[in-house]
Write a protein of this length. Structure first.
Length: 421
């Protein structure tokens, strides 16, 4: 039988790591991500010996899926299969994490470089043979370059979704679920198992209306956003809907935007994307940061949860004026400054606790499936065993109970769980 082991993301969101072992003992690793504790220190998945692996498949570039992979290259070399775009974005994010958290990381830039040298670039729709495994890669619709993976091994056909989204966005087409076919096992994320996202069109309309209200009253708008994916989608919305005010992009979102421009095949509408890039202005230093704050404008900048980055500089300049606004467009983890601002209206500046007088809003531009989409997705695989990962404990358990009432065979394994499929 094929063996499954959950090395990470069991009843938790983040540090994803899934291990498959064939009947002959060959092993395939699906993602190897990092989480962070309440003190912002990295937390890694369970150990796996790299010399035992046939290879690694990386679903996308977010650190909770790629952040631990350099650990596997400290003493060994093995192939890493992912899209060329994911490889380049991962390199960007890993080096940034090394700069910020290097003291706590058990690897250095030499391991990141070694990881990049071992990338075997793949494309959507491509299949390859790797020992006992036949692997097919499909668009996951999550962030540019993200993949779902179909693995055929020992008469089993297994789908690993990674993070995925079946709803098309400004930036991407929805996941290519129609190409999956019949499978025996679905290993799927269920981040929003209990939550339905509002209609994308409604979110966009309300976001634009709020931004214009602030700008028309003479205020400035800070949009903290994840560097990869979210920042570029907000660029789309602002560039197309708010032509009369300047739109600025700062921090690592600038570099990510330039990287995406090199890969037209991964974008929904490349020409439109390039028009957006021409419309927005890139912030190129501290002098410009200070200068742009003199007039009404929109500033899109990491970090999306205000844990660092240029967004913190802007927050310190804008928080005390009620004409301004801080508009969140990403999930806010409970231990982050962004969450505290949303819940309490305060943030810490050194030893001082300050009240945010600026307008504070949150809009759901999620790049994950919501509950409705997850249910519709599962219904396509009525005969398959469903394994829920990358999900909060309560959400995963309740969602599994709901699916069992519909006669699905469902598990919500914890980290360390092993079973024969």
């Amino acid at each position: 039988m094929v063996k499954l082991k959950i090395l990470g993301s069991g009843r938790e969101v983040g540090r994803t790591a899934i291990l498959l072992e064939s009947r002959s003992g060959e092993k395939l690793l699906l993602d190897y991500g990092v989480g962070f504790d309440e003190n912002d220190r990295p937390v890694f998945p369970l150990h796996v010996a790299p010399k035992e692996l046939k290879g690694i498949v990386l679903s996308h570039a977010h650190l909770d899926h790629c952040g631990a992979i350099p650990l596997l290259y400290t003493t060994y070399s093995l192939p890493l299969y992912t899209t060329s775009l994911t490889a380049e974005l991962s390199n960007l994010l890993l080096n940034d994490m090394l700069k910020i958290s290097g003291y706590y990381l058990p690897y250095e830039d030499v391991e990141i470089r070694k990881m990049m040298r071992n990338v075997q670039a793949i494309e959507y729709g491509e299949s390859l043979e790797l020992g006992s495994f036949r692997i097919t890669f499909l668009n996951a619709g999550h962030i540019p370059g993200s993949i779902m993976t179909v693995i055929e091994v020992d008469d089993k056909r297994i789908l690993y979704t990674g993070d995925f989204n079946t709803v098309s966005t400004e930036l991407l087409r929805g996941a290519d679920v129609y190409s999956v076919g019949k499978v025996d096992v679905v290993i799927m994320e269920a981040t929003y198992a209990l939550y339905n996202h509002p209609r994308r069109e409604d979110v966009r309309r309300k976001f634009v209306r709020t931004v214009l209200e602030v700008l028309n009253e003479g205020g400035k708008v800070l949009v903290p956003a994840f560097s990869v994916g979210r920042a570029q989608e907000i660029m789309f919305v602002c560039a197309e809907e708010i032509p009369e005010y300047p739109i600025y992009v700062d921090g690592m979102a600038r570099q990510a935007a330039e990287i995406l421009a090199k890969y037209p095949r991964y974008l929904r509408d490349y020409r439109r994307y390039m028009d957006v890039l021409e419309r927005v202005e890139q912030v190129n230093g501290w002098d410009m940061r200070k200068r742009i704050l003199k007039k009404p404008c929109v500033i899109i900048s990491p970090a999306g949860m205000l844990k660092g980055g240029a967004a913190l500089f802007y927050l310190k300049k804008l928080y005390s004026d009620p004409r301004n606004a801080v508009i969140f467009v990403s999930y806010q983890s409970p231990t982050t400054p962004g969450f505290r601002i949303l819940e309490e209206g305060t943030f810490e500046l050194g030893a001082e606790k300050l009240r945010v007088e600026a307008r504070v809003e949150w809009f759901d531009f999620s790049s994950h499936c919501g509950r409705r989409e997850l249910i519709n997705f599962v219904k396509r695989f009525s005969d398959a065993k469903i394994v829920l990962v990358h999900t909060e404990p309560e959400g995963g358990v309740k969602f599994a109970e709901y699916l069992r009432e519909m006669n699905f065979d469902v598990e919500v394994p914890e980290i360390g769980h092993e079973e024969d499929l």
